[in-house]
Ligand binder design. Structure first.
Ligand code: ATP
Ligand code: MG
Length: 336
């Protein structure tokens, strides 16, 4: 049974219609003209227990809006969401016991008080048993190193320290589900790595189900087996990384080192090769994987010259996502 179920979720925001210019801005303040913005449009998906799902899409796609609905902060305009059998926006407190949430852009901690006080407040609010508390704190100090800054007021923490503190507080009650909305935004590479390892660890060791939004390709590559892609409120893709690569990343490059030869590689063009460079020793060949594979090209070459070495460069996830976002953008321009 799915731990998270989202069915035909639609969320619209009513906004005051903006008027242009300085006087327009003043008029806007008193205006009662509204426009409707559909942030999430008829989105359905479900998440199984123990999954790490990347919920991705360009700016303004509707990711945070979806997360906020699952947390219970926003009420859908239509459709519904269910998290561990609870409807989050109807039973927000009950739902809160099962979830942890970190919004990378904004802290959940009390700004003026030391981290340790936020931790203690959470401990009492969630009535966390002593044994569980001790156990979790031990893990957090080991892996997140929170001891270093536990007595520092949140406002004095660096961004990386604050994010680690936020993660700690959101996981104190060992929730089954963790929502991470841009958990690595603005962090240096070492802290990013540290946080990714931590996310992996709690998923593996505690079986925590994780839904993660991010614009960081390394987060996606290192953490998410499954991706849900949303654009302008519409669900565009739901599946594993491999199929996404096959769909948008069908370009591969093969480098072949040969003994000196004068083979004309033009013959490969008819077989699905899109581009090549060859100086008589080193051949760089780009091809569409749905037309030909590396083996096919190597066989072709070996029939014509002596191959000494070769390597295949698969496209990385960054290229795949960039290509997908570009296609989404072009598609929506065509629809206008
Ligand atoms: N409270 C609100 N009132 C009005 N419009 C809103 C509100 N919250 C979000 N929106 C609009 O809904 C759309 C989706 O916003 P959302 O924050 O969900 O996007 P996102 O995918 O999280 O983007 P980003 O990657 O930039 O964080 C945007 O056009 C945004 O302007
Ligand atoms: Mg967002």
């Amino acid at each position: 049974m799915s731990i998270i179920k989202v069915e035909n979720l639609t969320k619209q925001f009513k906004r005051t219609k903006r008027k242009k210019g300085f006087f327009g801005a003043i008029k806007t303040l008193f205006s009662n003209e509204y426009e409707i913005k559909t942030a999430v449009h008829d989105v359905s998906f479900s998440v199984e227990k123990g999954e790490i799902v990347g919920y991705i899409g360009p700016n303004g796609a509707g990711k945070s809006t979806t997360i906020k609905t699952l947390v219970g902060i926003l009420v859908p305009t239509s459709g519904n969401a269910e998290v561990k059998g609870i409807i989050p926006y109807q039973s927000r407190i009950e739902n809160a016991r099962n979830i942890g949430v970190v919004f990378g852009q904004r802290t959940q901690l009390w700004w003026d008080i030391p981290v340790v006080d936020s931790i203690n407040l959470m401990r009492h609010m969630y009535k966390i048993q002593d044994a569980l508390f001790e156990e979790n704190m031990k893990i957090f100090s080991q892996v997140l190193g929170i001891d270093e800054f536990i007595n520092t007021p949140v406002r004095q923490l660096s961004l990386g320290q604050r994010m680690r503190a936020d993660l700690c507080v959101s996981l104190l009650h060992s929730p089954d589900i963790l929502y991470l909305d841009e958990p690595t935004i603005g962090l240096d590479v070492v802290v990013k790595e540290n946080i990714r390892n931590f996310i992996k660890k709690i998923n593996k060791e505690m079986g925590t189900t994780i839904v993660l939004t991010t614009h960081d390709m390394d987060d996606i590559e290192m953490l998410c087996h499954r991706l849900i892609v949303i654009d302008k409120g519409h669900l565009m893709y739901d599946g594993d990384m491999g199929s996404l690569k096959a769909k948008y990343g069908s370009n591969e490059r093969l480098t072949i080192i040969t003994e000196k030869s004068d083979v004309d590689l033009k013959g490969l063009l008819a077989l699905g090769v899109s581009e090549f460079k060859y100086n008589g020793i080193k051949a760089d060949i780009q091809y569409e994987t749905d037309k030909i594979n590396a083996m096919g090209i190597l066989e072709w070459m070996m029939q014509r010259c002596r191959v000494k070495d070769f390597s295949i460069h698969q496209v990385n996830i960054e290229e795949v996502i960039r290509k997908m976002y570009r296609e989404l953008d072009e598609r929506s321009k065509m629809m206008k």
